[in-house]
Design a protein around this ligand. Structure first.
Ligand SMILES: Cc1ncc(COP(=O)(O)O)c(C=O)c1O
Length: 388
């Protein structure tokens, strides 16, 4: 082998000129970050974005994505984590200690409740569920041990839109911290910080990505001290995201408002159409009067995500419901939402929410970016075949 080949492939004198600008943000990937000298290494403060320390604590690519998400949410600071669920876990881990209690809405994202039931319980943190439509009853649950209140708007799968104003007001009156899972609103449908919420998390996996191919979460705050507390835990847990995933998010973000509107528009058209189908007992879409909490949605929002559920009449057999979902040609069967492809998932309502007054066979739809007429025709053919 040529004697200097290995060195030549690692060390070079050429420095690309500074000042390169293009519409897309560059992709920087690193574990190691190099310092000019030892003094620069010693002077570095990993808590600020004034420099770089180690790949886990950020690169130009992740710092820019954090700034954009913070701007989207109307916050001051943002931290990226590897998934939406990790953003929920980070907030819990940073703020809670043994003996504390958290309050979760009864329609909270299922894995968030499981996290409380299992991991948090092991660390001596208890949880109780509250009805997100009843702010008065919620206020009665706030106690000496209540450290954190989680919010979600709209709630997962059953789509009830919470009385956000009432709940946040009650929590603030008792000095209890609030955090919202803002994945449905995507930082567009309403302003969580303007409502007085302390922490806004989002599964960037959904609308901000929009591709169904990236997993990432964000934790956004306005308060400097709160951010620093979360950032410390973020560092202790070794949470970071990959440069290529951050790049994918940065490419998708500019089209977020357009995509959100398109998903919303088609979803509402289909939700309204489904209301008139004889097989459907109820449509659970926050923008429709038939959805519990519709008045709270109307108070805060004009937009809605491309997500809704239907309740098929109880008289049908589960096998017919499954045949309806299996018979859809354009809709995929799979979890998650906000990608280009429409999805459908049947849920066992009574097993998932034994407390709910809702009844029937629940199917949740994530409406993608296909033509509304084609999706309607697909729903129609499968309804006719499964229930006709
Ligand atoms: C409301 C909500 N929050 C959080 C998450 C978690 O996101 P991720 O899949 O990135 O962990 C999901 C995922 O489905 C969700 O629906």
């Amino acid at each position: 082998m040529k004697p200097d080949a290995a060195n030549a492939l690692i060390h070079h004198a050429y420095e690309p000129p500074a000042g390169f600008v293009s519409p897309q943000v560059g992709v920087f990937k690193a574990s190691t970050v190099l310092f000019k000298n030892v003094a620069a290494m010693r002077a570095r403060d990993w808590r600020t974005k004034a420099g770089y320390t180690y790949g886990l604590h950020g690169t130009p690519t992740t710092f820019i994505l954090e700034e954009r998400v913070a701007a989207l949410e109307g916050g001051r600071h943002c931290m990226l984590v590897p998934s939406g669920l990790a953003s929920i876990a980070l907030v819990n881990q940073a703020l809670l200690k043994p003996g504390d209690e958290i309050l979760l809405p009864n329609n909270v994202y299922g894995p968030s409740r499981e996290l409380a039931r299992t991991e948090l319980a092991r660390f001596g943190v208890t949880h109780r569920l509250y009805d997100p439509l009843d702010a008065r009853a919620f206020a009665g649950l706030l106690g000496e041990r209540t450290r954190l209140v989680w919010l979600e708007a709209a709630g997962s799968v059953t789509m009830e839109f919470p009385d956000l104003r009432g709940i946040v007001q009650a929590a603030r009156a008792r000095g209890v911290m609030t955090a919202i899972d803002n994945t449905w609103g995507a930082g567009l449908a309403f302003d969580g910080f303007a409502l007085g919420i302390d922490i806004v998390v989002q599964a960037l996996t959904k609308f901000p990505s929009g591709g169904g191919d990236v997993l990432m979460g964000s934790v956004t705050t306005r308060d400097d001290a709160l951010h620093e507390r979360l950032k410390l835990t973020h560092m202790h847990l070794g949470l970071g995201v990959a440069g290529n995933d951050a790049e994918a998010l940065l490419r998708s973000l500019p089209s977020l408002p357009l995509r959100y509107r398109a998903h919303d528009h088609t979803a509402r058209e289909l939700a309204r159409w489904l209301q008139d189908r004889p097989e459907v007992a109820r449509v659970l879409h926050p923008a429709l009067q038939s959805c519990p909490g519709h008045e709270h949605w109307r108070d805060l929002c004009t937009d809605a995500a491309g997500l809704f559920s239907i309740l098929l009449h109880e008289r049908y057999a589960q096998a017919q419901v499954d045949a309806f979902v299996d018979g859809l040609r354009l809709f995929g069967i799979g979890y998650s939402w906000a990608g280009p492809r429409s999805l459908a998932v049947p849920y066992d309502l009574k097993a998932m929410r034994p407390d709910t007054p809702l009844a029937g066979h629940l199917v949740r739809f994530s409406i993608g970016l296909e033509e509304a007429a084609s999706l309607r025709a697909d729903l129609e053919q499968s309804l006719d075949r499964a229930f006709g």
